[in-house]
Every structure is written in structure tokens, then in C-alpha cells.
Design a binder for this molecule. Sequence first.
Ligand code: COA
Ligand code: MG
Length: 277
Amino acid sequence: MARRSVLFSPGDDGKKLRKAAAIKADVIVYDLEDAVVPDAKPAARETVREALVDVMPAAPEVCVRVNPVGSGAEDDLAVVLDGPAPDSVMLPKARDASDVRKLASLLETHGVDCPVLALVESAAGVLHAEAIAAAAPTDALVFGAEDLAGDIGATRTASGREVSHARQHVVLAARAAGVSPIDTHYPDFNDLDGLRTDAQAAIELGYDGKLAIHPAQVPVINETFSPDEDRIEWAEQILDARDAADGGVFVVDGEMIDAPQVNQARRVLERAGIDRD
Ligand code: COA
Ligand code: MG
């Protein structure tokens, strides 16, 4: 299942955790990290564990964002995994592959083997993104622009040029390891036009999906990351022509087509949820 929209809900707000399940996000993330102040974390762990019991059967993919390894992940998992395990776990502030491996071994001590969504949101994380993506449990590489800007001393601008190198690097690292790249969230949840433009830019860079922080962002992200009919038709046409050709180079609508376009066409159909080799 494609992860187009990945919606955060604060782990200390049981009402939002339950509400999130009714929103058509591909992934809902119960957050125990930045959305929860330190004093509220012990209660939030219980709230998340209880919400998992209620929500797991009805929701799509349910993920829990733990605190960084060595700074709370241990306590988070001890409480949360006392109930049903989430479908996946998000690791914030992944600095290198050893952070992912430490999380995997913590999960193993609880008898849980689930995919890890690793957040790359620091200078070290970006520089080690390839190894983080290649670590065994990593299933998606998530780009976090806000924390990264803080870490490198950058000023956030409307154009986003201060994080553009990192944003592109995360796609390269994810694709090199065969995992999915997911883009940073768009902070102004009232500006849906701005979100649409930002999501379109993410698609052009190669991202498969985008983080969301508010329910209103989810339909915009789902729609933008779903290929439109013209694009699906184009992809079907390319693959039909490929099947009809003897292999190698062929022509569609006067345009030379070879392996790169075939790969693009495959990805479009994958994104549309259409199964085809
Ligand atoms: N998940 C589930 N439900 C949410 C939600 C979320 N992330 N954000 C808002 N809602 C719900 C609200 O509870 C409200 O429900 P109601 O109509 O039944 O009362 C409805 O959607 C409308 O919300 P709204 O009033 O517009 O926003 P808010 O002021 O309640 O919340 C935020 C604004 C930013 C605090 C909230 O969207 C939020 O908590 N976002 C996630 C923050 C987070 O997890 N950050 C960490 C990752 S960066
Ligand atoms: Mg953060």
C-alpha cells in the first residue's frame, strides 16, 4: 500500500488519536516525541497503548513515533508494546544506521518485527541517509525540514532553498536502498493552496508521500500524490507498447521510449495502485 499521506496526532490527546482513524490518511502516526511535552510523556504512553487497542482493527497503517533511542524510546516501547503492536514504528532524529539497529533490537526484545520509518532531520542524518535507508528494518525514509533547519542554523524561507539539497539527497538515498521517500510536513495547515504546490514539488523530486499535521491536509496530499487519468493512460500506453515491442527502444507518439520511461511508467501505476509488471 502506498504511503501518500502520513498524519501525525499528538500522543497525549486520546480524542485526536481516535479521530485520526476516521480520516483517510494512508498512515496515522501516534506521536510520543515532539508533540508531547516531557512531563506529559508517561501519561501519553498509556493513552497511545489504549488507543491502539480501540483503533488498530479499523485503521489503515498505524504507526507510533517513539522518542530517540537513548532518550525515551525504551520507556515508550515498554508501555506501548504491552498492548497490540502498531503496524510500524517511526524513529525520529536518526543520525546513522546504528540508531535504526538499536531500535530494531529493542523491538526484538519485545518480540516485535515491524517496519521502521526513519526520520532524517539533522546534518548527521542527511549525511548518513544512505546507510539509514539500507539498514534492515528501514522501510521508508522521512525528510524533516524543520528540525534540520534548526540543526544546521538555516533560516526557513518560502522557496525552501536552504533545505533543497537535503530534500533531494533523501530521495536519492531512499531510492538507492529501494525504500520509499516521504516528504516533510507543510506547517501552515490553513494554506491548502501552498500545501498543494509544495506537494507537487515533492512529487517532481521523486517523493512518494508527505507528512501531514492536520486532517484538512490529508485529502489534498492524497489527491496530489495520486496520478491523474492522463498520467495513468500515458503509463499504460508505454507498458502496452513495451509488451508489443521486441525489447530495447521503441516509439510512442513520435517519442523514443526506452528503459527510463518504462521505469517511470511502472512507478506511476504503482502509485495509482495498479498491479502490472
Ligand atoms: N489528528 C486528529 N484529529 C485532529 C488533528 C490531528 N492531527 N488535528 C486536528 N484534529 C481535529 C480536532 O480535534 C478537531 O476535532 P473536532 O472538530 O471533533 O473538535 C478538528 O480536527 C479540527 O481541528 P482544528 O480546530 O482545526 O485544529 P486544533 O486547533 O484542534 O489543532 C493542531 C491544531 C495543530 C494542534 C493539531 O492539528 C495537531 O495536534 N496536529 C498534530 C501535531 C503533531 O502531532 N505534531 C508532531 C509532528 S510535527
Ligand atoms: Mg521534530
